[in-house]
Design a protein around this ligand. Structure first.
Ligand SMILES: *Cc1c(COP(=O)(O)O)cnc(C)c1O
Length: 356
């Protein structure tokens, strides 16, 4: 049947929509504020002649900036094209065994896609009914573990003790902790790094540092693990990060005051939105992220949670407000609402009250 027998057929990850025009975009957890003015300066001052040359394959300046900021050594840091690239490299590097890789049954929907594309066996481990993580379920035989903390799309954080339990009860495999949202709440696993060679922490500049369009992610690990990651990276593509993103990433990390300012604004807006949603009888766990994952028992006669979520999602979209809806078992009764500016969230609440 032609060449198609030889094709690597995959079911791809579905990213949130990127609509054009004037909309209120609360569907992909981007930062509603611009990146640091220093990022703009860094990009403006880029001499395009520099683009003749390949970028630094070691990403040394960015790596040093990140390492310095977190009090680590350069040898503890790996960078990539968004944390999606970093996570994909981690899967390729550390999940090369026969036993299934474990991750929660409700989590970032890219994990099973990478496992599938790389032919890695995997098993979904149930969360508790309140979406919390049960570490005792991670004592089964496995080929590696990946945990998003705080989790997506639930927004809930696990205590450091829970993460430590999972890391220390699995010394024979790599445990990847995806901390895409850690700047907005929860406890980082960073203090565990010294004592656990099987821990890798993955971060991104896409959310809390407003650089989703630049594609910058990084990982922390012990020197040996970072070396393994680099060996695989240099076996796939030596020049993953381009020259402008290396400069932009460094500038964003340097401007710590600006970072704290926008992060704090997002957090205070989130707390206000929680209060408003509670008054409208929405249910949700305690979000430690820049989004809220909320359900509602319905406002029309006979309406189910899923019916309500679907209807509100469509109605908001008609009015130019984009949130995320996952038509999947266990979470089809929820809307994931990213936190925008105060103005955007006031408009969101106004429209929501109108259509409920
Ligand atoms: C957004 C997100 C990522 C990917 O972020 P990028 O750095 O933009 O690739 C990874 N993990 C989780 C849990 C996310 O929500």
């Amino acid at each position: 049947m032609g060449y198609e027998d030889n094709v690597r057929k995959v079911v791809p990850y579905t990213p949130g929509e990127q609509p054009g025009g004037r909309v209120i975009k609360l569907n992909t957890n981007e930062c509603p504020y611009p990146p640091s003015p220093r990022v703009q300066e860094a990009i403006r001052s880029l001499d395009t002649d520099a683009l003749r040359k390949y970028p630094d394959p070691l990403c040394s300046e960015l790596v040093s900036e990140i390492a310095g900021y977190y009090g680590l050594k350069d040898e503890n840091v790996f960078t990539g094209v968004g944390s999606d690239d970093v996570l994909s490299m981690c899967f390729l590097t550390f999940f090369n065994g026969r036993d299934p890789v474990l991750f929660p049954n409700i989590t970032y929907s890219f994990y099973d896609v990478w496992a599938s594309v790389y032919g890695i066996p995997f098993r979904r481990v149930p969360l508790r009914e309140d979406f919390s993580l049960d570490p005792s379920l991670y004592r089964q035989k496995n080929g590696g573990i990946v945990i998003a903390n705080p989790n997506a799309p639930t927004g809930i954080a696990a205590d450091l003790k829970v993460i430590e339990d999972i890391v220390s009860s699995n010394p024979g495999v790599m445990v990847i902790v995806d901390e895409a949202y850690i700047d907005f709440g929860g406890e980082t696993a960073l203090p565990l790094l010294d004592a656990h060679e099987n821990l890798l922490i993955v971060r991104t500049l896409s959310k809390s540092r407003a650089l989703a369009g630049m594609r910058i992610g990084y990982a922390f690990g012990q020197e040996k693990a970072i070396k393994y990651l680099n060996d695989v990276k240099f076996s796939v593509n030596s020049y993953t990060m381009n020259t402008p993103s290396l400069l932009a990433g460094k500038a964003a990390i340097e401007d710590d005051r600006y970072f704290r300012e926008i992060r704090d604004k997002v957090i205070s807006t989130r707390e206000w939105v929680k209060k408003e949603l509670r008054e409208l009888k929405f249910s949700f766990g305690d979000s430690c992220t820049n989004f809220i994952f909320a359900s509602h028992e319905g406002t029309h006669p006979g309406e189910t949670e899923a019916g309500f979520a679907k209807r509100i999602f469509a109605s908001l979209k008609e009015r130019g407000i984009y949130v995320r809806y996952f038509d999947k078992p266990l979470i089809d009764g929820y809307l994931r609402i990213s936190i925008g500016t105060d103005e955007e969230m006031r408009e969101f609440m106004r429209v929501l009250k109108e259509i409920m």
